[in-house]
Design a protein around this ligand. Structure first.
Ligand code: F6R
Length: 599
């Protein structure tokens, strides 16, 4: 997804902005650009990669804005790349998001000449109009954004004006306060090597960044946004010796899970401390939980739904966020809507949350990103604390989401009186053992690499599992297809025979989740079904008598309802090594972006 970086201060802006863009590469992009403001504006932009950008060795400007674009309006061409300018090149703008009314605004600006197909280009033209009308840069931007419908984070710089002005609505922006200048970015990773002191802008904020510092305004009035310290080390966002971020993040899971669980479990009493304060009466009268999420987060939600029903005795549905409506005679006051989102910025999930909130339902966000829109919009938030995830394919955040949601299920069960202290203690003990169990799987990586090499030329893969094994089979298939580009599908094991079995041949390996929590004995019948159609079967099992049914067996340590989550680590490694064998660009799969901020 698009990324923004801006710098103004005592140093030359070009290297800082260029490095910031590099740091944002992981978000996915198809074109890139920089504007430098120094007695006039110089723009460098291009479709393609940052390294292709034709910038001078040095440039004297101490003020610059940069952008990585992921096309939504208009193809990824040089002209459509950001920054966009007015006709005279006096105003330059970078923008994330979508301006819904850009066609009407273009029609209104009929005396202006537009060169790109983008929605963004209306912004510099509007700013130009307001500057010509004697506005200063900030008030020109304020007047401009008042005209925009849709979502945006923008940075605007103009010839003859100090620094740049930024504004946000429904798209994140974070300001960095360095010793030698001020930064802005769509994501702290962009400038983390320069400063860890940051403040998150709120929706509707406008900030002016100059060599003198940062001034934030809301509704035209000066305001302060608290400065927080980012604890992540800059190195944490680097590859740390692995070939790919994805592999590094798969291996980080034990540590990420320890961080997720840290200080939150009491295995003696069976209680959890999530700093979650849902009113007692609300919890006891709760009728339904609706989980809204997309992709991998949706699979984590499906895992959690079974735990919520089992431990908190409350009906739980899982909705694809883009399809969500609050309907069907539900009582909003007795419904909890749980948004599961790693980034906290997924447009479909945010929009589902807003629909739920406007119907009167209480919302809870489960997210990795402190200060994200989901975290701020929700009535309640629990962070999964997985640390930064750079690989486009979610891995450690899936594990941390499921672990966090397991704790939420214990919290709900304890508060509602549906989960005994003993049962809760044993679940929490399993959670404590989870990092170690994941480590055992990681120690078996060599074998997953060999097995991946064996199956790399397969036509397609089918993943099957029941109960908690079903979301894991969906996740295993998603991971494999997104990074290897081989067709893969996940199924409830019993469903395969209702049609898809017709596709099963000796060229379509079947991967079966056969652990506790996944009704493994029943799934063995489905294993036999596919075997009799000559499909090779890879089993991820915690049973001690499955070897004879399987062509390949990966063994999962005993861990009750968390076994399918541990099995998933094998599926991650399997997907990774198949994609690696095929030489795929694993961290940046084609057509995909880390954070999908358009509906
Ligand atoms: C797949 C993947 C995506 C995300 C989805 C939701 O590996 O990462 O399917 O899970 O785009 O993203 P978040 O969790 O940020 O809302």
């Amino acid at each position: 997804m698009c990324g923004i970086i801006g710098y103004v201060g005592n140093d030359h802006a070009l290297p800082i902005v260029a490095t910031g863009l590099k740091n944002l590469e992981y978000r996915g992009y198809d074109s890139v650009g920089i504007a430098l403001n120094e007695n006039g504006i110089d723009v460098f932009k291009k479709s393609g990669e940052i390294d292709d950008l034709d910038v001078p060795e040095t440039h004297p400007s101490n003020c610059g804005i940069g952008h990585t674009r992921w096309s939504t309006h208009g193809k990824p061409t040089d002209v459509n790349a950001h920054p966009h300018t007015d006709e005279d090149g006096e105003v330059a703008v970078v923008h994330n998001g979508i301006i819904d009314n850009y066609e009407a605004l273009r029609a209104e600006l009929d005396s202006h000449t537009f060169t790109s197909e983008t929605d963004t280009e209306v912004v510099p033209h509007l700013v130009e109009e307001y500057l010509a009308d004697d506005h200063d840069l900030r008030s020109a931007v304020e007047a401009t954004i008042a005209r925009l419908d849709g979502s945006f984070a923008i940075a605007v710089t103009a010839s003859g004006h100090d620094g740049f002005v930024v504004a946000r609505r429904d798209s994140p922006l974070v300001v960095g306060h360095g010793d030698d200048g001020a930064f802005v970015a769509s994501d702290v990773t962009a400038f983390l090597e320069h400063t860890r002191d940051v403040s998150y802008l709120e929706d509707g904020d406008v900030a002016h960044l100059t060599t003198d510092g940062v001034s934030v305004f809301h509704d035209g009035e000066g305001t302060d946004r608290a400065v927080q310290t980012v604890e992540w080390e800059a190195e944490a966002a680097e590859k740390g010796g692995y070939d790919h971020y994805m592999l590094k993040e798969i291996h980080e899971q034990p540590q990420a899970l320890r961080q997720t669980l840290s200080g939150r479990l009491d295995t003696v009493t069976g209680d959890v401390d999530l700093e979650l304060d849902l009113p007692e009466q609300y919890l006891s009268s709760l009728q339904e939980i609706q989980i809204v999420a997309c992709g991998t987060s949706n699979h984590a939600g499906r895992y959690a739904a079974r735990l919520f029903e089992q431990f908190a005795d409350v009906r739980t549905t899982v909705e694809t966020a883009s399809e969500y409506e609050f309907s069907g005679g539900r009582d909003p006051w007795r419904t909890l809507v749980v948004a599961v989102t790693q980034s906290g910025e997924t447009a479909d999930t945010l929009s589902a949350m807003r629909r739920a909130a406007s119907a009167g339902a209480r919302t809870l966000a489960i997210t990795n990103m402190v200060g994200s829109t989901a975290a701020r919009d929700a009535d309640h938030v629990v962070y999964i604390r997985a640390g930064p995830e750079i690989g486009v394919a979610a891995t450690k955040t899936f594990a941390a989401q499921v672990a966090t949601l397991t704790m939420v299920s214990v919290y709900l069960g304890r508060q509602r009186g549906t989960l005994s202290g003993d049962r809760a203690s044993s679940l929490l003990s399993n959670l404590r053992e989870l990092p170690g169990a994941v480590q055992q799987v990681l120690d078996d990586e060599e074998r997953t690499r060999d097995v991946a090499a064996e199956f790399v030329d397969s036509d397609a893969f089918f993943f099957i599992g029941r109960k908690l094994g079903w979301p894991v089979s969906l996740e295993g298939a998603l991971k494999l297809k997104e990074i290897s580009y081989i067709h893969a599908e996940g199924f409830a094991a019993g469903e395969l025979k209702h049609g898809t079995l017709a596709l099963v041949t000796d060229q379509t390996p079947v991967v079966a989740v056969l652990t506790d929590g996944a009704a493994p004995r029943k799934s063995l019948n489905n294993v036999k079904e596919v075997e009799s159609r000559d499909a090779p079967v890879v089993g991820v099992s915690s049973l001690d008598d499955t070897t004879k049914y399987l062509d390949v067996e990966f063994t999962v340590p005993e861990l009750g309802v968390l076994e399918p989550l541990v099995a998933n680590v094998y599926l991650q490694l399997f997907a990774y090594h198949i994609a690696d064998e095929l030489g795929r660009p694993i961290d940046k799969p084609r057509n995909l972006a880390k954070s999908v901020t358009v509906e």
